[in-house]
Design a protein around this ligand. Structure first.
Ligand SMILES: O=C1C[C@@](O)(C(=O)O)C[C@@H](O)[C@@H]1O
Length: 147
């Protein structure tokens, strides 16, 4: 049986490849999602990939993951540093959540060092670029039953 995992990307991440490539790299979101989907299949995970610039939409998807018992890999992007509402949604998850950032948020502007999401995450990955998403999937595969 494959375990369900949601890969959720927040605001401005649909513009990866175009967006500040010196900071976020050249990989586009479709390329990133394709790599994650291939690795997830090898790991026995059933991956659902979504991106939104709308906070209510993201909160709805987190509720959906909670109701399904799905693991979540979340890059909350700018909402990391602002959103109590997204944090409260994440607190309802019933399977592990991994918070992922492409960049090392602790080595950037001071406002990026604080995350509302980290206290309700099982693990946090920052600064590994696209590899961080793959590390998150490998971690979840070890935590979720795929029997
Ligand atoms: O949009 C983003 C992307 C980010 O989450 C990252 O992946 O490094 C870091 C955030 O501070 C920023 O707002």
């Amino acid at each position: 049986m494959t375990a369900p995992v949601f890969l959720l990307n927040g605001p401005n991440l649909g513009r990866l490849g175009l967006r500040e490539p010196d900071v976020y790299g050249a990989t586009t979101l479709p390329e990133l999602e394709a790599r994650c989907t291939a690795v997830a299949a090898e790991l026995g995970l059933e991956l659902t990939c979504r991106q939104t610039d709308t906070e209510g939409q993201m909160i709805g998807w987190v509720h959906e993951a909670a109701d399904l018992g799905a693991g979540v890999v979340l890059n909350p992007a700018g909402w990391t540093h602002t959103s109590v509402a997204l944090r409260d949604a994440c607190a309802q998850l019933t399977a592990p959540l991994v918070e992922v950032h492409l960049t090392n948020v602790h080595a950037r502007e001071p406002f990026r060092a604080h995350s509302y999401i980290s206290p309700v995450a099982a693990a946090v990955v920052a600064g590994m670029g696209p590899e961080g998403y793959l590390a998150a999937l490998r971690y979840l595969a070890g935590r979720l039953s795929t029997d």
